[in-house]
Design a protein around this ligand. Sequence first.
Ligand code: AP5
Length: 245
Amino acid sequence: MSSSNDRAAWLHGNGTPCDSNHTLPERAWRIILLGAPGIGKGTQAEMLAQCLGSCHLSTGDIFRAAKCLAPDQLSPAMRSALGYMQRGELVPNQIVIDMVAERMRCLNCLHGFLLDGFPRTVEQARALDALMDDQGHRFDAVLSFDLDTEQVIERLSGRRTCSQCKTTFHIKGKPPKVEGVCDKCGAPLYQREDDRPDAIAVRLRAYHDSTAPLEAYYEQQGLLRRVDAGGAPAEVFKRALTVLG
Ligand code: AP5
């Protein structure tokens, strides 16, 4: 199944329609991806989206899309959110919950979805459960990716992102054909501000303090499926598909 959804409804909110020409999948998968920053959630979400026909919904991508706007186009809440993000800190729960609630149509989408980076705290998970209950939806699975911290830091610090189409590369694991240039669209690659060592340390702490407890939360609901995130992206993808059954 090929996916050519520009995710405009998710990235820009405010009722923006998606430019989507992909056919409806047989099943609308509703999946949450959990795991430390840089573990490869975005990489796996893209591969799963292609395969399952679901939409890749990343809260980090909403913030990064907002960063491209002029300051006077940003709401005060979004301006404040971008400051937290730059420092590697979690954005306050209510800002993120309101942002997702505004995009409820994406959670209702008949293509299903892969939530990447949300929820990140137990408070966000409870709010998401309430939104899903209201609509009569249930999650199919929560994929929790595991990898030792040293490898996570190696993945994060070597990541390079396309300034235009946002494709990610890795200086060692997935280098572009021409250094510093995106293979897909030819735009320059850059290193994310929050991939600097000081921000990485803050993000990993936030993950351990606030997000790791979500494993127990979803285990209790019988939704947690653990996936070893070691090895090449294709190997991890194969494991993820296996646990989805
Ligand atoms: P977000 O964008 O969600 O960042 P993250 O969770 O830190 O995740 P990343 O995008 O950094 O990593 P990833 O796991 O997707 O890894 P990737 O596939 O790119 O959030 C950013 C910020 O926004 C937060 O810090 C916070 O401030 C804010 N925010 C967002 N949501 C929030 C929320 N709900 N609540 C509060 N605040 C929120 O891979 C990484 C690298 O590794 C790449 O270079 C890739 O090529 C490489 N790689 C991937 N897989 C493999 C592999 N198998 N082998 C080798 N290399 C690999």
